[in-house]
Design a protein around this ligand. Structure first.
Ligand SMILES: Cc1ncc(COP(=O)(O)O)c(C=O)c1O
Length: 310
């Protein structure tokens, strides 16, 4: 029997409708791309596979080789799954404050973690990876932030999937940005299919925020693959509104991570100003990855539970 490997089934994630919790104009639909359904549990499986394959094709990564990169967690977990499947050693620079659950998962998958300063976030992890790459010439530094194979993964898979799943009706694409690979690759593909498609980039509204995996570009090191020309609209989203959306949808059977909450809240904001349209929001990972973080799940004082419209 010819069966696919776990790496080969990355992608083809479901696109589902937003539960009818929010009042939207009649001609407007919001669809959620559930990237937590990927092997490794996040959107980063797509980029990690593409980056590793590109390094293999270029002859930089050889059987039994050592992979090195920096990650806030999801790319690391994706590399760990792919490294495990393909027989590589993985060394990962990770801010020390990454959740206990993530660190446990990485260790369980056999990753060697190098802790970096929690105050410097992924920028500090990246600086440490550069130092380690200099010290270990035989390690292959994949550098997801500056690697074109990152955004190309989304140009080749996420974009076409959304186009096909919406049967070409998508009018708005909403995504948060970390490396910006998802927004850049998917945005470029969709723009080529439909010139007037709106690409909505969502960033945290302040440098200190709770949206794991997402960057506040004004104050962070801007990734090399970031292209400010892709987005047609930029939204600043608060951690509070993102968490509230996550709690709301959890009560309607959908577990989203914080960055998914930010994207969905931005999609609702965009949709409310439209008369017709199909707004697709990326949900990078599942809330099940954050269950050990009670601050996400604890309702704000006086918070009224959201209910389905009758
Ligand atoms: C949870 C989460 N959300 C959003 C992103 C941003 O995705 P991208 O790096 O493609 O911009 C990441 C990236 O690591 C992530 O882990």
């Amino acid at each position: 029997m010819d069966l696919p490997s776990f790496v080969e089934i990355i992608g083809n994630t479901p696109l589902v409708g937003l539960p009818a919790v929010f009042e939207l104009p009649d001609g407007v639909q919001i669809a959620l791309k559930l990237e937590g359904r990927n092997p490794s549990g996040s959107v980063k499986a797509r980029a990690a596979r593409s980056i590793v394959q590109e390094a293999e094709r270029a002859g930089r990564l050889k059987p039994g080789g050592t992979i090195l990169d920096a990650s806030s967690g999801n790319t690391g977990i994706a590399y760990a799954v792919i490294a495990g499947q393909r027989g590589y050693r993985l060394v990962l620079c990770l801010p020390k404050n990454a959740s206990a659950q993530r660190q446990q998962l990485l260790k369980t998958l056999g990753t060697e973690i190098v802790h970096t300063s929690p105050l410097e976030g992924t920028d500090g992890a990246q600086a440490e990876a550069v130092t380690l790459a200099d010290d270990h010439g035989d390690w292959v530094y994949l550098n997801q932030y500056d690697n074109d194979a990152n955004w190309r993964a989304h140009y080749q898979t996420t974009g076409p999937e959304i186009w096909n799943q919406t049967q070409g009706t998508v009018t708005h694409f909403v995504a948060t940005v970390g490396t910006s690979g998802t927004l850049t690759g998917t945005g470029r593909y969709l723009r080529e299919q439909r010139k007037d498609v709106q690409i909505v980039e969502v960033q945290p509204d302040s440098p200190l925020h709770g949206l794991e995996g997402v960057k506040h570009m004004q104050t962070a090191r801007v990734p090399g693959i970031y292209d400010p020309g892709v987005a047609t609209d930029r939204r600043a989203m608060s951690t509070e509104r993102s968490f509230r959306m996550v709690r709301c949808l959890a009560h309607h059977g959908l577990l989203l991570g914080p960055s998914g909450g930010a994207a969905v809240q931005a999609a609702v904001d965009v949709a409310r100003d439209l008369t017709h349209g199909v707004v697709v929001a990326i949900v990078p990972d599942s809330g099940s990855r954050y269950l050990s973080e009670p601050h996400i799940w604890t309702p704000a004082e006086g918070e009224v539970p959201c209910r389905l419209a009758s």
